[in-house]
Write a protein that binds this ligand. Structure first.
Ligand code: ZN
Length: 268
């Protein structure tokens, strides 16, 4: 025995709506970026986070203006691949370097995507890795533990950061979308060594901050910013976007925290 078609349609419609609501709720429960509140975090002793090979002398990167950001990828296949292990990733295996890219805003006080205790910074960098057990970035993106992104901030001031200057002086070479330049990782990313502490970072489960906003990222966020000058931040805003106008802003607004686990990693 089947219900009348009209009733069947209605109940089916309701079920569908409920299912859709459930899925939407699930899919949007761990979005990024967030405001990282110290008061919401739990301090946990984690094994040291280990960055390997990013600054090896034989690693070259290609810096590219993608039209939405500037990113750095490994130039040659087959060379030693930088990787990330340990910390909150320990039980997930090894993560391979995919790219570093930047976010910035129109103003020096509103350029980062994440905030820390309500405070924003001039610039935020994302060092993206994928879980090697899935074989590729594309495949890893389908899984909840597929990606690990290390986020770091740049706080603007009057004094130039000489290490970041090596990168900034090349931005003029990639002013136009899809233009790129090759350089040594050790030269262009040397500032990264100032960040890569094995502890003293926040970690939480989140999402990509750009389309498709998939919820597959283990975030590692360093609250202690690098110092960068007003002039150096300005150089990023001079890059042209895909529609050939100045790319003055490429950040996503804050998302709801939704009572997720937020861990502050400390050493033994
Ligand atoms: Zn990003």
């Amino acid at each position: 025995m089947f219900p009348e078609p009209q009733i069947w349609q209605e109940s089916s419609h309701c079920q569908m709506k409920e299912e859709l609501c459930r899925l939407q709720k699930e899919q949007h429960s761990r979005q990024s970026p967030i405001d990282i509140r110290f008061s919401s975090a739990v301090s946990v002793v984690l094994p040291p986070l280990r960055f390997q090979n990013l600054l090896s002398s034989d690693v070259r990167v290609i810096m590219m203006n993608t039209g939405t950001t500037v990113d750095f990828k490994i130039a040659e296949e087959g060379v030693v691949r930088p990787s990330l292990t340990g910390g909150p990733l320990l039980s997930h295996g090894e993560f391979q370097f995919y790219n570093i890219h930047m976010h910035w805003g129109m103003r020096d006080v509103l350029g980062s995507e994440h905030k820390v205790n309500g405070r924003s910074y001039a610039i935020e960098g994302h060092c993206v890795h994928f879980n090697t057990k899935y074989g590729s970035y594309k495949e890893a993106s389908k899984y909840h533990d597929g990606l690990a992104v290390v986020a770091f901030f740049g706080e603007a001031g009057k004094v130039d950061n000489p290490k970041i200057e090596r990168l900034v002086k090349r931005l003029g070479n990639v002013k136009h979308p899809n233009s790129s330049v090759s350089m040594s990782a050790r030269e262009s990313l040397s500032w990264f060594a100032d960040l890569g502490e094995p502890t003293n970072y926040f970690t939480y489960p989140g999402s990509l901050t750009t389309f498709p906003y998939s919820e597959n990222v283990i975030w590692i966020v360093y609250p202690r910013p690098l110092l960068i000058s007003f002039r150096q931040v300005k150089a990023f805003r001079k890059l042209l976007s895909s529609d050939c106008i100045a790319n003055t802003e490429n950040t996503r607004p804050l998302q709801k925290f939704n009572c997720r686990p937020l861990i502050y990693a400390i050493g033994t």
